[in-house]
Write a protein that binds this ligand. Structure first.
Ligand code: ATP
Ligand code: MG
Length: 564
């Protein structure tokens, strides 16, 4: 926890991160004709998560900053796990974050022919061979960083035989797993990536774009560098796990005699109380432990969008955490802080009562109602004001009343006076209970001279309560979320499945809360602050019959509270 801030750079905007330093240096030296061209290369095997958002902000942000370009490229080299649904969701998410790839939307699968031709070239140069070993046999011969590999018995195949076999692999003559094309690099490199890695494997599988054209598919390392090269990427930014793949990235491109971008690694984003691997997120979805990829508890971009996080907040968060060279864990409360900070500027204030207690104002004329003016956003004058209805019957929050209230309780209690926000001062005169002794209603009086919540004579009230008119309102469902996991690192204990740490109380539903009528008809995603309660937004399940809101974040900021 001590070092969670070590990479935060929000405070010092002028300083460059290490990637910007490299780029500025390259620009100074006229490298790549002084172009800057990055790419965001997701594999379409799941929905994007907040870690991807960081990579998107980095790649598109660098391009924006240096007048360069950033491509969106689907790294779709694995036919069996990829789906069109994921492609569509990724496009939607990157757009929503506010980035634009122009006409540069690419698919690795569009380059399969070029990759194949270059593999043939590698065979002709004696740099690749067809190997008949199974995966198990290959790893048995592989050695360790200090023990050299034993050569594959197929390593010395002639170029002619390799060319023939590779063509027949492509033609579909061999079953899955029976052969691979391997690079002929090294038997004793201490970097295990360099020990004759596989370039192609056989997979008789349908591909979402190339159909059944191919039954051999390129491995990640072989494919990725070529994709970057073909697109004339200048700086290929990737996460730290690929650091020891860099020599292989370089080797492939140099031996193929094609343009070579520069690979630069940065630390991936890890967030407390969050799992980020797509495989694990897929498990949650498939086992219906969440309602879908866009469940508001998910760390996916679509989940966060649905929850009410804004693109501006995610971008601000990404800026704030900066770019590091070493892995670290960011406190999820910093993300929530960024969301709160953004919504404070953006969200329209309204009043809602989540746990209603009816109040009858006995000296307010029966059948009468009026409209009172309320400020939409004290942080943003241009948001203007709205009128809210008030009448003899209203709801207040049950917690805002106490029968035997201590002195320090500054809300409503028998005989005490409080302000109703934007309305009037009221005093509690009587309590009505049911037979079981539960309070069902309060009888109050109001001071007609305190209209707008202003004191008529200088007398002070300590508390200001939010409220909703009992007749003119909308009865809404409210979904309240807690963290999806109960522990800060659900992956820490390797003996335990991460799902054992799921928080059983991560979702609670209030079936009937009352919200002031100004929200009626608001579209899905509309952002609000429910006064005194937190930030809420309209869920996509909301309808004219029944509005549904998600709680986005509370008002209390545990990030600044912790002294950050
Ligand atoms: P996961 O491990 O979650 O399945 P991945 O790395 O396999 O993710 P890709 O679709 O290959 O997912 O990722 C696309 C890009 O996003 C890559 O450049 C990758 O480095 C980057 N990326 C993925 N996860 C993170 C993260 N947590 N922080 C920063 N960048 C990330
Ligand atoms: Mg990946």
């Amino acid at each position: 926890m001590e070092n969670k801030n070590e990479n935060l750079q929000g405070e010092n905007k002028a300083s460059l991160n290490f990637i910007e330093q490299i780029i500025e240096n390259d620009l100074k030296n006229g490298k790549n004709e002084s172009r800057v061209h990055t790419r965001f290369p997701p594999e379409p095997n799941g929905y994007l998560h907040i870690g991807h958002a960081k990579s998107i902000c980095l790649n598109f942000g660098i391009a924006e900053k240096y007048n360069g370009l950033c491509n969106l490229r689907f790294d779709d080299t694995n036919p069996t796990k990829e789906e069109v649904e994921y492609v569509d969701s990724i496009i939607e998410d990157v757009k929503w974050l506010g980035f634009d790839w122009g006409d540069r939307l690419y698919y690795a699968s569009d380059y399969f022919d070029q990759m194949y031709e270059l593999a043939v070239k590698m065979i002709k140069k004696g740099k690749a061979f067809v190997c008949d070993l199974s995966a198990e046999e290959t790893s048995a011969l592989r050695g360790t960083p200090s023990i050299p590999a034993k050569p594959s018995p197929y390593r010395m195949r002639s170029i002619e035989e390799n060319l023939d076999l590779f063509a027949r692999m492509k033609a579909g003559e061999f079953p899955d797993g029976s052969k691979t094309l391997r690079a002929k690099i090294s038997l004793d490199s201490p970097n295990m990536q360099m020990r004759d890695p596989a370039m192609y494997r056989i997979r008789h599988a349908h591909h979402h774009r190339t159909g059944n054209k191919w039954c051999i598919y390129p491995m990640y390392d072989w494919a990725h560098g070529l994709e970057d090269s073909i697109e004339k990427i200048t700086h290929s930014l990737c996460t730290l796990e690929f650091e020891n793949h860099r020599p292989l990235y370089n080797w492939y491109l140099d031996e193929s005699e094609v343009y070579r971008p520069q690979q630069i690694e940065f630390a991936r984003l890890n967030l407390s109380y969050t799992v980020m691997s797509k495989r694990k997120l897929l498990e949650l979805v498939q086992q219906k432990l969440v309602s879908g990829w866009d469940d508001p508890r998910m760390p996916t971009i679509s989940g966060m969008r649905r929850r009410g996080f804004t693109p501006q907040a995610l971008r601000a968060f990404s800026d704030r955490i900066g770019i590091a060279k070493r892995n670290n864990v960011i406190d999820v409360s910093l993300l929530e802080h960024s969301v709160r900070e953004d919504l404070n500027q953006r969200a329209k204030r309204v009043m809602a009562v989540l746990n209603p207690l009816k109040v009858t104002i006995k000296n307010y004329p029966e059948g009468q109602s009026e409209e009172l003016e309320a400020v939409n956003n004290p942080e943003d004058e241009s948001a203007g004001t709205r009128m809210i209805p008030f009448s003899r019957e209203i709801y207040i929050e049950r917690d805002d009343f106490m029968e035997d209230a201590p002195k320090k309780f500054f809300r409503l209690a028998p005989g005490r006076e409080v302000r109703l926000r934007y309305a009037y001062f009221i005093t509690c005169e009587d309590i009505i209970k049911d037979q079981a002794g539960n309070i069902t209603e309060l009888i109050c009086t109001y001071d007609p001279l305190s209209k707008g919540g202003k004191s008529p004579d200088g007398r002070k009230v300590k508390g200001t309560l939010h409220w909703v008119d009992a007749h003119q309102n909308t009865a809404a469902q409210i979904r309240i979320y807690d963290r999806l996991f109960t522990v800060s690192d659900p992956d820490a204990d390797k003996e335990k499945d991460f799902k054992e740490h799921l928080n059983p109380d991560s979702l609670s539903i209030i079936e009937e809360a009352f919200v002031e009528p100004s929200v009626i008809g608001a579209e899905a995603l509309s952002y609000y602050q429910f006064e005194r309660l937190g930030y809420f937004n309209v869920d996509k399940d909301s309808s004219t019959e029944k509005m549904v809101f998600n709680k986005t974040v509370g008002l209390k900021d545990s990030w600044t509270k912790a002294g950050n």
